[in-house]
Design a protein. Sequence first.
Lengths: 294, 426
Amino acid sequence: MIRTATRYRLLLLFVLPALAVYVLFSVYPLVSSVVLSLFSSKAGAEGFVGLGNYVHLFTDRYTSERFWNALLNNVEFFGIHLVVELPIGLLMAALLTSGSLRRARGVYRTLLFIPATLSVVIVGFLWRLIINPLWGFVKFPLLGDAHTALPTISLMSVWEYVGIPMIFLYTALIAVPNDVLEAARIDGARAWSLFWRIKFPLIAPQFALIVILTYIWTFNGFDIVYALNGSAPGPNYSTDILGTLFYRTFFGSSGQVADLDLGATIASVIFLIILITTAAYFAVLQRRIRSYQL
Amino acid sequence: MRSTTAPLALAVALAVAGAALAGCSSTGTGSGEKTTTITFGNWRTEDAKLWEKDVIPAFEKAHPGIVVKYQATDTNDYNATIQSQVESGTGPDVMMCRPFDVNRSWIQKGYFSDLKGLKGIDGFSDTALAAWTGSDGDPYCVPIASVLAGFYYNKAIFQELGLQVPKTMDDFTAVLKKIKSSGKYTPLALGSADGWQLSYNVLDSIGPNYWNGEDGRLGLIDGSKKLTDPEFVDAVQAVADLKPYLPDGYSSLKYEDMMQLFTLGKAAILPDGSWDITAATQTGLDVGVFAPPVVKSGDQRYLQEMPDQGVGLNAKSKHAAAAKVFLQWLTTTDFQSVYVNKVPGFFSMGQASVSYDNKLAQAFADLKKGAKLTPRLQLDRLSAGTPPLDDDTWAALQTVLNDGVSAEDATTKLQTDLDSWYNPAS
């Protein structure tokens, strides 16, 4: 039996390589970007400014307008994923495990997952052609109207990534032991109540997890909007989300001079938003979800 | 926080790679003969072959003893790369200058040597030099190339419908009406999904005829004019008036869609920049180009000439003498005629006339005759703060065309946004 102190030292040794990589590539950039957001590099006002950049972000008429616009758009972007992508993913997972597909199960599972393996640039390009008013099926300019542009882009993203919650919930569903289901059937449960009373409660922790993962993915979202609409996503910023706002501010765009301080400030705010909501979610909700020992 | 990790890591990698590249390139070691190697930093990765095969050999032949190394960085990374290189003392000897505000900040930081007195630099007009002039009024970069904007038109369609190239805005509207009533073609290949396109190729193209080119542009800069003045409101209104002649669903049509619409022969007129000469003629159409029409017959005509590339001398260069010889050569027609003929769509900024082998490029160059030249309205000084007038104009023009916002409301918003940070006195 190894003594406790030695054991901890050994454990530390094993953890160290991963920890070093994590600190170097994740913690350090994160901390340095937060530090960057507390300084100003503008000519004549260099140095530590405390929360000055944050005050500017939330009080400057133009900057705050862009920020709140991007945040609201991001909430909508997440909302559409939440109410469309997750239920469809759950439905697909339930159908795949229902047994009625028999041998075709593998084929369907593969087909439904394929879009998630495609590049966003390809997905965006294909959909843009499909709904192009000149060459495509839809005469209405879906991407050109400020009201429909963001929902359209969100649904493209849903189409692409619906395979992820599907496969996630599918693996959870096939782990539900058969004897539990058989016992329920003997007690007279039909398919509907079998799913909602037995299966779903058993996969609820995984469902809650995919909800929060979707939240994190959409609030870190950037690629599909950038691929379709560039870094000043129009029309008139109606598809601007936090990721594109950050990119435009930090790296500059055609006419916009890059502002590293404000960019770092936006990055830190995005991080805080995700951190706080995720922590709250786990503290409040995840704890109430019971997991059953089987 | 994936979004911050990746860019930072990338920036670090770039800086290291860039510094390493620059460090080893500026050492001229000629065995026996004494040669000086100068490096030429720029963002034209796509022109590397042309410079290395045609342009630089021509220079080296005329100036033995000087070797020029072409050192291109992708255009999106160029500004960051140059900044980190010059500040760490490893910058190229000569480097390309961005027009206006970016370059002005570089001059201010002392990146460049003053080029006052360089032989040949006085062969350029003040407007050509304006994009690269310091606050002291001295030139800091040799202007190499500019781009123009105008209206491409399909000659076959014009012939079929018996149309003449419009000279005034009334003619223009009449032409557009006629094409529309023929029912066979879309009058204008123009979509509003790409805001920059509305701004650079439409407003900044027809607008100067309303705001009298430099009068209006410099007036905005020195504060004597406002965007709410009638000449600017009318210009935005002129853009709004094009609405009936745009293709169906124009609000979601992008730049590529417009180009396809035109090159497939489905649209008669394409407002675009000269850099698309090759793209616009790729399907073998017979294409002509006409200048933005004047408001009333007899008015002075204005044409957008946007400075695109200049070359300046690194203040810390160890080979300043050789670098100056190279810069001097860039001011000559020897260089200009080679360069602009290899990249159709880019134009010499010198006053000596240069002939162009490409027919359409020559037609574009001919538009300069009798016209007063002016760069894009938004890019000089007016976009150096937040919100930049540039991006702001893109969005404003989209609201005018897509949501029916009036020209008065749009220009009022632009002026209010500009007033929130821009101080004409400075």
